[in-house]
Ligand binder design. Structure first.
Ligand code: NAD
Ligand code: WQD
Length: 344
């Protein structure tokens, strides 16, 4: 049984599909602060399987203990948390509370319930402004905002937990830029309010919910002046979690060493695309023109960021399969079929 915190969210719901399809039983623990229970109804429709749903908050240790005991989980995937970079600057305490305190309470509850395996959602944001590209896992960590620092702190807490208990099995996954949706068109990203991220914003322009895209700067030293990122299809990302669970299960404790029982792995494609590349690819698959304006740079943005994905291939046997066109096509199928997201 896999206990999935934040399982109703964007990445969590796609991971639940892959877990159920791979034969795992799943319990979702979510407070639905940034998601809809409808996502889980659809996960069950896609897979034809049931999952257990427990509404609760990760900062509530006793709720976590009760849920872990009820589910009889033997591993946890921890997605729950807040993720908006700008909001984290204006509400840092809220971010440390949900993210750092939430992770701490979860680890305490796992200890109480003798659950020793965890896969954690970290982010490429922990690297900050890249010193070199592509980014390997040993790149220096220098997050530039409270959200990124909360991820970095949780990573350190996990590494310390492992140092104190070498029977723990920990996989820290650093995601690059997750986009796209399940190819059923039934689940996808459903941001509340104005989207912060590029692809959901483009999707809402294409579907007519917003007039135009602001491109935050076209004077970066990139091939066309707009920012370059490593976009990764959310289904590839979800499959990365299944591979991480399998890799953790295969670690032989007799041969265990510091690196194998607690691994930190990039999940990206290794390929960078600019804002203009994404916009053109989206226009091609949707057949819609995406009006845009060039606006000043967004504070805190970097010119370019993409992963070295080799370690994921070596230790997880994982490689991204979907290209940019597939990411845009699946995003568009979700957005055009559900113009208002999960709201009917
Ligand atoms: P999301 O907001 O769609 O999902 C997070 C889920 O956690 C939501 O269902 C929300 O209701 C739930 N949640 C939030 N706080 C909670 C709490 N205290 N207790 C219980 N549930 C809580 O976000 P996502 O895009 O699916 O991201 C999942 C994880 O991946 C997050 O930890 C995020 O920081 C990380 N991540 C996301 C991205 C990205 O661009 N989407 C990139 C890198 C890392
Ligand atoms: C991508 C590119 C923008 C919106 C963020 C977080 C990171 C991670 C993923 C969680 C940049 C440009 C965007 C728009 C634009 N999240 N852009 N107009 O900034 O790489 O990463 O999400 O961990 O922590 O920082 O992604 O999608 O916001 O931006 O021109 O309306 O698109 O300037 O070049 P980012 P993004």
């Amino acid at each position: 049984m896999i206990f999935v915190t934040g399982g109703a969210g964007y990445i969590g719901s796609h991971t639940c599909v892959e877990l159920l399809n791979a034969g795992y039983d799943v319990t979702v623990f979510d407070n639905f602060s940034n998601s809809s229970p409808e996502a889980l109804v659809r996960v069950q429709r896609i897979t034809g399987r049931k999952l257990q749903i427990i509404q609760g908050d990760c900062r509530d240790r006793s709720a976590l203990i009760a849920a872990l005991q009820q589910s009889r989980a033997n591993a946890v995937i921890h997605f729950a948390g807040l993720k908006a970079v700008g909001e984290s600057v204006s509400k840092p305490l809220n971010y440390y509370d949900h993210n750092v305190v939430g992770a701490l309470r979860l680890l305490e509850a796992m200890q109480t319930c003798h659950v020793q395996t965890i896969v954690f959602s970290s982010s490429a944001t922990v690297y900050g402004d890249p010193v070199y590209l592509p980014i390997t896992e040993d790149h220096p960590l220098s997050p530039t905002n409270p959200y990124g620092r909360s991820k970095w702190m949780i990573e350190e807490i996990l590494r310390d937990a492992y140092r104190s208990d070498s029977l723990m099995r920990i996989c820290i996954l650093r995601y690059f830029n997750p986009v796209g949706a399940h190819d059923s068109g039934l689940i996808g990203e459903d941001p509340q309010g104005i989207p912060n991220n590029l692809m959901p914003f483009i999707a809402q322009v294409a579907v007519g919910r917003r007039e135009h895209l602001n491109i935050w700067g076209n004077d970066y030293s990139t091939h066309d002046g707009t920012g370059v990122r490593d976009y990764i299809h959310v289904v590839d990302l979800a499959i990365g979690h299944i591979r991480a669970l399998a890799a953790l299960k295969n670690i032989n404790s007799a041969q265990n060493d510091q690196s194998s029982g607690c691994m930190t792995v990039n999940l990206g494609t290794g390929q960078g695309y600019s804002v203009m590349d994404v916009l053109r690819a989206y226009e091609k698959v949707s057949g819609c023109r995406i009006p845009y304006q060039i606006a000043p740079r967004r504070s805190g943005d970097i010119a370019a960021c993409y992963a070295d994905p080799q370690l994921a291939s070596q230790v997880l046997g994982w490689k991204a399969r979907f290209d940019l066109e597939a990411m845009c096509r699946d995003s568009w199928r979700w957005q055009s079929g559900n113009p208002s997201g999960y709201q009917q």
